[in-house]
Design a protein around this ligand. Structure first.
Ligand code: G16
Length: 544
C-alpha cells in the first residue's frame, strides 16, 4: 500500500460547534476540506500509532465517499484497527457503545445530526473520545488549532474497502472489522430494560405504537429491537430505510419536521404511543395519543420513574440538564434527595459528570435524553425507557404526565428559533443584552419585574474548566425565565434561540396549551431584546 503525503493549505472555518463540524455538503466537497479536518483530528489523537477507532455515519449523502477517505487516511496515519458499521452505518449512541465495549481510543461519526441531507443539505463530522462521548472542548480546540496550521495530509492509495458485509479486511497494516451496527447496542438495551414486560405490551391487542425513523439511521435499530426482538407488529416502524436525503425532510424529531407522525398521533386512528428519532439516532420525540411530551418533562419523568426500570432500580446518583432545559428535573431531584447539575448546552458537558459517577440520568430541551449506559444521548434508549414505564404503570402517556404535573407542578416550556438570520445582527442582539444585564436587574416591564439577569457560565466540578458566555438568562419575579442563546449547530447564517419557561403549581391551571400559557412571556422576550425589529422577523421559524 502506497502512502501519499499531499500538500494542503488551511481552511479557516473548521472550528467544531456544539457537536462536531457541520457544514453544507458543498463546503465538505471542496478539494482537501474533509481531508484537512480528518488529518487535524488524527494529529491530535494522543496515541495514534496502533490506535483503535470506531467509524460510522448516519447514511446521509456524502457518507459513502467520506467513510472511504477516513479509512484510507487512518491507515496512512498508523491507526491499528478500525471497527466500522456495515454499510458505513452506525448511530451516534451505537458508536459510543462500541467505543466503550472495545476500549477504543475514540470514534468518528459522519453526521450532521438532525440537519437536512442530500446534495444541497448538510454534512458533518462528530469526534468522540475514549470514554465514548463527544470530544471535550480542549480537544475540539486543539483540532481547530491544528486545522489552521496544516500543511499536508496523508492518505493511502488503495481500492475502496467493501463495507456491505460483516467481516475482516486490511488496508496495509491496519485491520478493519466491519461490524453489525445493531447487535452490541441491542444487547445493551436488553440488559437495561425489562424486555419481557415491553414485549407483553407490544404484543397485546390493546396497545399500539408507531415509531418514525425518519428515513435515518435508527431504521435498522428499531426494526431489529422493536419488531424482531420485542415482537411489535410489522409496520410499527415507519420510514425505516435510511436514505441519503432522508426522503427530502430534515430528520429532526419535533412537531415541525415529524409532522406526519404528529398528525397520526392526533388523528382518528391514533395509536397509544408514538416516537421518532433524528438523523444519527441520538434525539427522540415522545408522543401519547393526542399528547406531546416536552423533552424537558420527559427527562424529569424518567428520573421520577427510574425505579421501575431494571437498569436503574438501584437508584440515581444524581441528574443533570443543560441550562436552557426547564427546571422540571430539578424538582424531581429535590424530591429524590439527589443533586441536579446545570451544564452549558452540548452533550460533551455531561461527560465528566457521568465518568465521575456524579450523575446517572441527563437530558436537554433539544430532544436529547441519556444516561450512564453510554456517553451520548440516546434516542431509542429513551423510547424503550418510556415503553418500560408504560408496561410497568399500565396507564396512558397523558395520564402519566398529568399525574407528574400534579405532584411536581408543571413547567410550561417552549423554544422559539429564529433560523438563518443575519449573523452580525444576531451577535449584536446578544451582545447588547449582555451589556444591559446590570440595567435589566430590577427593571419593570408592565406587570413583570426582572429579578435577576446574567450570562451563564459553568465550572466543571471534575476538571474545573470553565465555559462562559453560555446564554443570557432573565429570571422574573414570578418565577418565569427567559433565555437567549445563539445556536452552535446551524450551517446557514445564525440561529437565535429563545427559551421560555413558566412554572404552574396549581393543578387546575396545568392543562393550557403551552404556547398560550407562554404568549405573554414571548412578547416580553421580544420587547426586551427587540427581536422582531433587529432581526427583521415577524415570528420564529420553528417553535418546539
Ligand atoms: C447537539 C448537541 C446538544 C445540543 C444540540 C443543540 O445535538 O449534542 O447537546 O443541545 O446540538 O445545540 P445548539 O442549540 O447549539 O444548536 P445534535 O443532536 O445536533 O448533535
Amino acid at each position: 500500500m502506497r502512502i501519499r503525503e499531499i500538500e494542503t493549505t488551511p481552511y479557516e472555518d473548521q472550528r467544531p460547534g456544539t457537536s462536531g463540524l457541520r457544514k453544507r455538503v458543498a463546503t465538505f466537497a471542496q478539494p482537501r476540506y474533509l481531508e484537512n479536518f480528518i488529518q487535524s483530528v488524527l494529529d491530535v489523537l494522543p496515541e495514534r500509532d496502533g490506535a483503535t477507532l470506531v467509524l460510522g455515519g448516519d447514511g446521509r449523502y456524502h457518507n459513502d465517499h467520506a467513510i472511504q477517505v477516513v479509512l484510507k487516511m487512518a491507515a496512512a496515519n498508523g491507526v491499528g484497527r478500525v471497527l466500522v458499521g456495515r454499510g458505513g452505518l452506525l448511530s451516534t449512541p451505537a458508536t459510543s457503545c462500541l467505543i466503550r465495549r472495545h476500549s477504543a481510543d475514540g470514534g468518528i461519526v459522519l453526521s450532521a445530526s438532525h440537519n437536512p441531507g442530500g446534495p444541497h443539505g448538510d454534512f458533518g463530522v462528530k469526534v468522540n473520545g475514549p470514554n465514548g462521548g463527544p470530544a471535550p472542548e480542549r480537544l475540539t480546540e486543539a483540532i481547530y488549532a491544528r486545522s489552521r496550521a496544516i500543511t499536508s495530509y496523508r492518505i493511502a492509495e488503495a481500492q475502496d474497502v467493501a463495507l456491505d458485509r460483516t467481516g475482516e479486511a486490511r488496508l496495509g497494516k491496519m485491520a478493519i472489522e466491519v461490524v453489525d451496527p445493531v447487535a452490541e447496542y441491542a444487547a445493551l438495551m436488553e440488559r437495561l430494560f425489562d424486555f419481557d414486560a415491553i414485549a407483553g405490551l407490544l404484543r397485546s391487542t390493546s396497545f399500539r405504537m408507531r415509531f418514525d425513523a425518519m428515513h435515518a439511521v435508527t431504521g435498522p435499530y428499531a426494526l431489529e429491537i422493536l419488531e424482531r426482538r420485542l415482537g411489535a407488529p410489522p409496520g410499527t416502524v415507519v420510514n425505516g430505510t435510511p436514505l441519503p436525503d432522508f426522503g427530502g425532510e430534515a430528520p429532526d424529531p419535533n412537531r415541525v419536521h415529524a409532522r406526519a407522525l404528529v398528525a397520526h398521533l392526533y388523528g382518528p386512528q391514533a395509536p397509544d404511543f408514538g416516537a421518532a428519532c433524528d438523523g444519527d439516532g441520538d434525539r427522540n420525540m415522545i408522543l401519547g395519543r393526542c399528547f406531546f411530551v416536552s423533552p424537558s418533562d420527559s427527562v424529569a419523568l424518567l428520573a421520577a420513574n427510574a425505579h421501575l426500570v431494571p437498569g436503574y432500580r438501584a437508584g440515581l446518583a444524581g441528574v443533570a440538564r443543560s441550562m436552557p432545559t426547564s427546571r422540571a428535573l430539578d424538582r424531581v431531584a429535590e424530591r429524590l434527595g439527589i443533586r441536579c447539575y446545570e451544564t452549558p448546552t452540548g452533550w460533551k458537558h455531561f461527560g465528566n459528570l457521568l465518568d465521575a459517577g456524579l450523575i446517572t440520568l441527563c437530558g436537554e430541551e433539544s430532544f436529547g435524553t441519556g444516561s450512564s449506559h453510554l456517553r451520548e444521548k440516546d434516542g431509542l434508549w429513551a423510547v424503550l425507557f418510556w415503553l418500560n414505564l408504560l408496561a410497568a404503570r399500565c396507564e396512558p402517556v397523558a395520564q402519566i404526565v398529568r399525574a407528574h404535573w400534579r405532584t411536581f407542578g408543571r413547567h410550561y416550556y417552549s423554544r422559539h428559533d429564529y433560523e438563518g438570520v443575519e449573523p452580525q445582527a444576531a451577535r449584536r442582539l446578544t451582545e447588547d443584552l449582555r451589556a444591559r444585564l446590570g440595567d435589566l436587574r430590577g427593571a419593570r416591564f408592565g406587570e413583570d419585574v426582572v429579578r435577576e439577569a446574567d450570562d451563564f457560565s459553568y465550572t466543571d466540578p471534575v476538571d474545573h474548566t470553565t465555559a462562559s458566555g453560555q446564554g443570557i438568562r432573565l429570571f422574573l419575579a414570578d418565577g418565569a425565565r427567559v433565555v437567549y442563546r445563539l445556536s452552535g449547530t446551524g450551517t446557514e447564517g445564525a440561529t437565535l434561540r429563545v427559551y421560555l419557561e413558566r412554572f404552574e403549581p396549581e393543578p387546575s391551571r396545568q392543562d393550557a396549551d403551552a404556547q398560550e400559557a407562554l404568549a405573554d412571556l414571548a412578547r416580553l422576550a421580544d420587547e426586551i431584546a427587540g427581536i422582531r425589529a433587529r432581526l427583521g422577523r415577524e415570528a420564529p421559524s420553528v417553535v418546539t
